[in-house]
Design a binder for this molecule. Structure first.
Ligand code: FAD
Ligand code: NAI
Length: 477
């Protein structure tokens, strides 16, 4: 007799594990199937985010920023460090320690909430009456379990360049980029997106010469143009990243210890560069390989995403999908909120996610964060707007921190004053953006933020001034 559940979640990343916990909290007999194994070959919950994504990247970003602080920022405080040394091995071990603490924490949360954790590859076999049959394969062990509802949360994997398959020795994906054992002298990065910039920053700060090769005709095209322009200036002039855009990548040849990349620019000029390591970060693809028997007819779009409606429902009965495997931004918090919402919908509740208010953060230094519409999107849509912008330069807290680069920009409707978008580049932008998200969720106006007391001295005062700026009554500009 096979095990039977109310809800089975396939994938234990931030979409899946959170969905499983919420389903169990709501009284469903829940299981979560996950196949991820870490470098030691051990099952490790948490998906891409905890194992090889958000968490380890932020750990390494912090380590490399500490190096940068000692090398370039402490002197202004009168602190000099003679003969500063750092050890990449210790940084990697610290990162692994954080990962294992958090991934083990999910095991604990599963036990606490009575979620059954099944290790292996999950595959939907089909329906038997009103139940789904799911096969779980772990090596030679094959088990079939049944369930009323399935939540697919299988996430994504890196897109590869056909001419340079990832070996995580010379050609690296995110996993390899987070585990380079010694600082490479020459690091190539293909793709100036989020991973390229975060990982490029880490290794540049630790001493690599970093060249980022981007195919698109511009830089950070999804961001507000003012943010992208400021970021480009800081990354190239201050940090020293070499960023080349409008390129067509040609042959990539692996040598014994290096990789040669051929490319042409927009004018057709040909270039050849040799790197000690090459990170390929050109986007990610949804994980749907061997996820369902053909007879199931899992609905996929032309790019391989599971097709769902606004409520994460597929066209098949009681089959839901959340996170990176469905449309929308590939972000951990978006995946988690979808997971919670689906569990609540299964329980008959009516949750709502406003996808316009999902914040984006890029954890470079300075950080970038935004929510809502960019200025160029408002222009394209013909929306009349007003703008308030305030730099961190004159902000007392930013001066104290020694982190004065960047600004806060607020966009509000010209007629109603309702906030339409907030864009930040600067210190702790990842934390500051939450004020804007909360404001937008409550349909706040710029005037609302302008009338709220903001602590002094705080970075959030820049948000306050940006809001005042929407009404052209900034007090410090
Ligand atoms: P995943 O986290 O990918 O989890 C899916 C899980 O399902 C995996 O464990 C996978 O092994 C498993 N699985 C797949 N197929 C099957 C199957 N058939 N059977 C069983 N198990 C299966 N996002 C942010 O919001 N903030 C960040 O700072 C951030 N940093 C990132 C840094 C890097 C380097 C990368 C690569 C990504 C980063 N992301 C970040 C994106 C974030 O990791 C993803 O959006 C998030 O992990 C998606 O969650 P998910 O639950 O949909 O899928
Ligand atoms: P990305 O979509 O952010 O960037 C990929 C870049 O590669 C784009 O600029 C694209 O134009 C370029 N590109 C694509 N094909 C190319 C080619 N053939 N040659 C040259 N350039 C090419 O993807 P990335 O960096 O791989 O990250 C994947 C996703 O992971 C992100 O979109 C994001 O959703 C998530 N992520 C989120 C983070 C965060 O929230 N801080 C951090 C890291 C990743």
């Amino acid at each position: 007799m096979s095990q039977s559940f109310d809800v089975i979640v396939i994938g234990a990343g931030p979409g899946g594990y959170v969905a499983a916990i919420r389903a169990a909290q709501l009284g469903f007999n829940t299981a979560c199937i996950d196949e991820f194994k870490n470098k030691e070959g051990k099952a490790s919950l948490g998906g891409t985010c905890l194992n090889v994504g958000c968490i380890p990247s932020k750990a390494l970003l912090e380590s490399s920023e500490n190096v940068e602080r000692v090398e370039h920022k402490f002197a202004s405080h009168g602190i000099t460090v003679e003969g500063m040394k750092f050890d990449v091995g210790t940084m990697l071990a610290r990162k692994e320690g954080i990962v294992s603490k958090l991934t083990q924490g999910i095991g604990y949360l599963f036990k606490k909430n009575k979620v059954a954790s099944l290790h292996g590859h999950g595959k939907i076999l089909g329906r038997n009456g009103d139940k789904w049959q799911v096969e779980v394969t772990d090596g030679d062990k094959v088990e079939v379990v049944e369930t009323t509802h399935i939540i697919l949360a299988t996430g994504s994997t890196p897109r590869q360049l056909p001419q340079a398959p990832v070996d995580n020795v010379l050609v690296l994906d995110n996993e390899g980029a987070l585990s380079i054992p010694a600082v490479p002298k020459r690091l190539g990065v293909i793709g100036a997106g989020v991973i390229g910039l975060e990982m490029g920053s880490v290794w540049k700060r630790l001493g690599s010469e970093v060249t980022i090769l981007e195919g698109a005709p511009g830089f950070l095209l999804a961001a507000d143009e003012a943010i992208a322009k400021e970021a480009h200036k800081i990354f190239t002039k201050d940090l020293g990243l070499i960023i080349k855009t409008s390129l067509k990548i040609g042959n990539i040849t692996k040598g014994e210890n290096d990789v040669t990349v051929e490319y042409t620019d927009a004018e057709g000029n040909a270039f050849t560069e040799v790197f000690d390591k090459l990170i390929v970060s050109i986007g990610r693809l949804p994980n749907t390989w061997n996820l369902a028997a053909e007879s199931v007819g899992l609905p996929l779009d032309e790019r391989g995403y599971v097709i769902v409606d606004g409520d994460c429902r597929t066209s098949l009965p009681n089959l839901w999908a959340v996170g990176d495997v469905v449309r929308g931004p590939m972000l951990a918090h978006k995946a988690s909120e979808e997971g919670v919402a689906v569990a609540e919908r299964i329980a008959g509740q009516h949750p709502h996610i406003d996808f316009n208010n999902v914040p984006w953060v890029i954890y470079t230094s300075p950080e970038m964060a935004w929510v809502g519409k960019t200025e160029q999107a408002l222009k394209a849509e013909g929306v009349e707007y007003k703008k308030g912008q305030f730099p961190f330069g004159p902000n007392g807290r930013a001066l104290g921190l020694g982190e004065t680069a960047g600004f806060v920009k607020m966009l509000a409707c010209a007629k109603t004053d309702r906030i339409l978008g907030v864009h930040i580049i600067g210190p702790f932008a990842s934390e500051l953006i939450t004020e804007a998200v909360v404001a937008m969720e409550f349909n706040a106006s710029a005037e609302d933020i302008a009338r709220i007391v903001h602590a002094h001295p705080s970075l959030a005062e820049a948000m306050h001034e940006a809001a005042l700026g929407c009404d052209k009554r900034g007090l410090h500009s």
